[in-house]
Design a protein around this ligand. Sequence first.
Ligand code: MIC
Ligand code: SF4
Length: 644
Amino acid sequence: MSRNLALKILSSHLVSGKLSAGKEIGIQIDQTLIHDATGQMALLQYEAIGAGRVKTKRSLTYADHNTLQVSFENMDDHHFLASASRKFGLYYSRAGNGICHQVNLERFSVPGQTLLGADSHTTTAGGVGMMAIGVGGLDVAVAMAGEPFYLMMPEVMNIRLTGSLPPWSSAKDVALEILRRLTVSGGRGKILEFSGEGVKTLRATERATIANMSIETGAITAIFPSDENTRCYFAALDRLQDWTPFAADPEAAYDGEMTIDLDRIEPLVARPHSPDNVAPVASEAGKKIHQVAIGSCTNSSLEDMLRVAAILKGKILPPEMSLIIAPGSRQVLRDLIDSGALADMIGAGARLVETACGFCNGVGQAPRSAGVSLRTSNRNFPGRSGTPDANLYLVSPETAAASAISGKITDPRTLGAPVQVSLPQRFLVDDRMIVPPAPEGETVEILRGPNIHPLPQFGPLPEELEGELLLVLGDNVTTDDIVPAGAQILKLRSNVPAVSEYVFQNIDPSFPARAKASGTGFLLGGRNYGQGSSREHAALCPRYLGIRAVIAESFARIHKSNLINFGILPLELKNADERSAFRPGDKLRMVNLRALIGHRSIIPIQNQTQGKTVEVGLEATPRLAQILHAGGLLSYARAKLTKK
Ligand code: MIC
Ligand code: SF4
């Protein structure tokens, strides 16, 4: 049988189930990654599972999200992460070494292997032919313990690329074109697999940009073949030993297809406040902007940075413009210094910030009130920048640099002849900022400062749930809406009681107090509830506040798993009209839950206030039903591993 790339990796890693669409499969995980926003919980959970040293081929912890250190919490967390990594057998990439996805691509990606990361943009490694999937931290903890990762067998959508990008159009514009077509939910349940002659015209890091943003469509991941361009990238990284060619069979079949003619891609922009609100840059040209921020795991490779430097060379920024540049890794930064390109950026007035996530999720560089910020990152949700009323536009590095110089949204094609950049034969490789694990973990003491709080304990699923409908929400609620990003809140990720005080802060600041007063509570969402990041705090913190079920028209994949992992029931309405059966403050009741879950996928909700009963769906395989019965994945996994 002719197989596509996704099928090849899934079948070589399959440990349970059948590879037929819609069925649950378990796959073996080769590598994992966590970072300093998700890793604290993942390692506390890993410790609680009691599995000893990690069982994967390689597991990594990155210090990249929480590097601002305005008070003690970030460093407490870094000491905890470094010591726990040493003990349990994980490599630790120190603060200053770069953004997890960029460093992972450069130093650890392996075509044909599986990678599970506690970050939604883990998909980036699909650019070099890895099956790289973003999940919540608890799923990663369980995979580190050597357990399979379970998912519903996805559909594989072929995105056939033809032609080659015109001057001034870039890989980011391809990512935006995909979002324009698929929207933020059109990729749900799918793997996006790239093929066609156009693939050969894209470098590995350009492919990584496209794979990175695939998650914004709701897709499970994206994957490119590993070919001659991938080989060149690995050669420049001095990692040829990790490179293997990896291609789909010539007659490979797919579940769907989309063709993108690269020749027709023009510079695009995602306007506020969603990555799928895409328009040609030309149609927004002339709009005044206040800030430009270049970097993030989407666009911070050496090639991206060199193009920016070439555009900035010899220019100076207009007086009101703040230009932020965050190279993706220490390697990229050193190459920028070595090539002289950094001097061109600084010469133009750019503000160099740390090689970290930084501005991308509101950790520093918040724009001015009602400011317009042009960014090369991947999400422009409201409030994500740290300024509640800022307007974020997502663009390519070329558009960002052209606009920074003019102070207005600028189509880079108006700059004339395209810039030429040359990449070094060999990057400045230096792995000394990656700390290997201790050979024997037993004697390593885990350092726990006051920011490291014990894990909250949750009991099993009760027979009945009765409580108040605390919040009625619309479509596409993001995890940034549920547990906002930003330096003030991110630094509390290892302190669940404290971070829980911010749940739904930008929507209803009274929510945490109301939830605690209610004891047991419920939420109502619309379509695609929980889109965006993998942060399990968006389930863990509501659970801590007493939320036991979310009723919605549909859920984003990662968030739905996170809800189940923390014992919250994800209940699906049959149609949008049924929303009218609920009002904020209604008293809801569900009975016989232990008997219903796992045996029937229909759960009746009695709305005691309205005097109505609405039947909702609960899609749960027998394994997921057992997790819900146990009150969450931690209790389930602990019991399973103890038995072993
Ligand atoms: C993000 O881009 O939103 C983050 C911060 O990287 C998250 C991870 C997190 O919130 O812990 C993600 O994308 O998963
Ligand atoms: Fe970091 Fe932003 Fe990438 Fe998330 S999207 S990993 S915050 S750079």
